[in-house]
Design a protein around this ligand. Structure first.
Ligand SMILES: C[S@@+](CC[C@H](N)C(=O)[O-])C[C@H]1O[C@@H](n2cnc3c(N)ncnc32)[C@H](O)[C@@H]1O
Length: 242
C-alpha cells in the first residue's frame, strides 16, 4: 500500500519492518515526492546504476569517495535534498560521500538552501572538503567540527529550522535518540528526517553497538506529530506531519 498525502508526497507504511526482519527484504528506492518519470534528472538517475563494490562490499556505491552508502540511500538523499522545503543539516560528514550527493542536489535544484554538515573527525573533514569541492565544484556547504548533540543544542538555541535532517553519525542508541529528539524540534512542519543504518541487521544484535532502529523508533513512532514514511536502502524516513 502507498499513501499519497495532500501535499503531494508518497508514504510507504507497509515497508515498515519489525526488528527480526531487518536486512532480510529488499527495500529499493521509491520516490517520496511526486515527479514525472522514474528519476528527477540524470544526476539523480546516476545513483540507480552507479558503480558498486566499495571495499569489496557489493551493496556499497563506489564513486571515488570513501563511504558506505547503497544506491537506494544515495537516490533518496538526492531526492530529499532536491525538494527540501528548507535548509539541510547532516550529522556525520566522514569523507563527504553523502555530503557531495546532497550538495549536488541543492545545486541542481537552483534554490537558495543552506546546507550544514557536522562531524568530530578533523582529518576526515579535510578529505571531505576536498572531495565535495572536486565532485560538485560550486555547491555551498558549511563544514562544522563539533559533537552532534552539542551542535543540535546550539542550533535549537539559535532558533534554526530545517526542511531535511540526515542522521548518520554515531550509530549507538543514545546518540541516535539524542539526535532524533532534537531533530524533532528543529524540523519545519512537513520536514523530513532520514536515519542511515536503520535497516541493518546489526541493530538486532544486543552485543553490537548499533541502536539506530530502537533510538529512531523510540523518538519518532510514539510522537503523533511524526509519520513513518518508508524504508529505502538501509535508511528509514520520518516526516513531521504538522
Ligand atoms: C558513518 S560515518 C558518516 C558517513 C557519511 N555520511 C558518508 O556518507 O560517508 C560517521 C561519522 O560520524 C562521525 N561521528 C561519530 N560520532 C560523532 C558525534 N558524536 N558527533 C558528530 N560526528 C560524529 C564520525 O567521525 C564519522 O565520520
Amino acid at each position: 500500500m502507498t499513501v499519497a498525502t495532500m501535499n503531494e508526497t508518497i508514504r510507504y507504511p507497509d515497508s515498515f519492518l519489525g526488528l527480526s526482519e531487518l536486512g532480510k527484504k529488499p527495500t529499493p528506492y521509491k520516490p517520496t515526492y511526486q515527479f514525472a518519470g522514474s528519476h528527477i534528472n540524470d544526476n539523480h538517475k546516476y545513483y540507480s546504476n552507479c558503480p558498486t563494490g566499495h571495499k569489496d562490499i557489493q551493496v556499497c556505491i563506489d564513486i571515488g569517495i570513501e563511504g558506505y552508502l547503497q544506491q537506494g540511500d544515495a537516490q533518496k538523499l538526492y531526492e530529499l535534498a532536491y525538494f527540501s522545503s528548507g535548509d539541510i543539516l547532516e550529522l556525520g560528514t566522514f569523507c563527504g560521500l553523502s555530503t557531495s550527493i546532497i550538495a549536488q542536489a541543492i545545486y541542481d535544484s537552483k534554490r537558495e538552501i543552506r546546507f550544514e554538515t557536522v562531524d568530530i573527525d578533523k582529518d576526515a573533514n579535510e578529505k571531505a572538503q576536498k572531495n565535495v569541492l572536486s565532485k560538485t565544484g560550486r555547491a555551498p556547504v558549511k563544514f562544522n567540527i563539533l559533537d552532534a548533540t552539542e551542535y543540535l543544542d546550539k542550533a535549537i538555541a539559535a532558533g534554526k529550522s530545517y526542511g531535511f535532517i540526515f542522521v548518520d553519525h554515531w550509530h549507538g542508541y543514545e546518540a541516535t535518540y539524542e539526535a532524533a529528539m532534537r531533530a524533532k524540534k528543529l524540523l519545519k512542519n512537513g520536514g523530513f528526517c532520514l536515519f542511515h543504518d536503520y535497516n541493518d541487521p546489526a541493530n538486532t544484535d544486543p552485543e553490537h553497538v548499533y541502536g539506530v532502529y530502537k533510538g529512531a523508533n523510540d523518538a519518532m513512532l510514539c510522537d503523533p506529530n511524526f509519520e513513518f514514511y518508508g524504508l529505502f536502502g538501509c535508511t528509514a524516513l520520518f516526516r513531521k506531519s504538522i
